[in-house]
Design a protein around this ligand. Structure first.
Ligand code: ZN
Length: 244
């Protein structure tokens, strides 16, 4: 692999879920070269990773101008994250709120690690913008999704790599209904349909039956949030309460 050194280029953290798929469309709409990055950390919803190729292929086919901009995909094995954390994301345990007030789906350090590795890859590839689907308003309360964390990380990464990366988080202040709206704004109903059918959000990895809002168990916090967001989107409303 060679460096591109393109000025208007981005690396998108792309898990195969609704949020990162919308971020990918957002980036394809803006940057000349867009590469994608995924992590395998032993997540229970590994089926999400299997959606990545399907979504990349589908979006490139449906939007040929974006297809020309879509570059390499990078998959990184981060199984170390599963081995150092004990959470409902990586273990077969019930999803609940821990004594810290955070749900036990919180994987400490995950997004910090993701962005640090993204910066290292972007450095090597000559890409200047890092795009992530972190969001403060999705009720999870994950501290590593906060705007301040991302801003501090941008400073730390640029100091530590003597670089000028820009960290973009287009979903930071959107709720899940707004995220569907953003997809429609970027690529119309065709993109909404791609996100609905080709992405995966369910924490427990259920993908047997297509619901109106996409695939999933319908019961886990991620499914409830996605369902509530989609219904609010259809109704032209916003999501105003937590799903649990
Ligand atoms: Zn689910």
């Amino acid at each position: 692999m060679t460096r591109t050194d393109a000025k208007n280029s981005a690396l998108v953290l792309f898990s195969g879920g609704q949020d990162s798929a919308t971020c990918l469309a957002w980036a394809l709409d803006r940057y000349d070269i867009v590469e994608t990055l995924g992590f395998d950390y032993g997540q229970r919803h590994r089926v999400e990773l299997e959606c990545r190729d399907g979504f990349r292929t589908a979006i490139a086919r449906a939007f040929p101008e974006w297809g020309k901009r879509l570059g390499d995909d990078h998959m990184i094995d981060l199984s170390v994250l599963g081995s150092i954390s004990d959470t409902a994301m990586t273990r077969e345990i019930e999803i609940e709120t821990a004594a810290t007030g955070l749900p036990n789906t919180f994987v400490p350090g995950r997004n910090l690690m993701f962005m640090t590795i993204a910066a290292a890859i972007a450095y090597r590839r000559g890409l200047n913008v890092l795009v992530g689907g972190m969001c403060e308003t999705d009720f999870s309360g994950y501290p590593d999704c906060r705007d301040d964390t991302m801003k501090a990380l941008q400073v730390a990464l640029n100091l530590g790599m003597d670089s000028r990366f820009v960290l973009e988080t287009p979903l930071m202040w959107l709720d899940k209904a707004d995220t569907w709206r953003l997809a429609r704004q970027l690529g119309g109903e065709e993109l909404v349909e791609l996100v609905r059918v080709e992405t995966h959000t369910c924490y427990v990895g259920e993908r047997a039956e297509l619901q109106p809002w996409g695939f999933g168990c319908g019961e886990c916090p991620a499914c409830k949030l996605r369902k509530r967001g989609y219904e609010a989107y259809l109704a032209g409303e916003n999501v105003t309460e937590a799903p649990v």
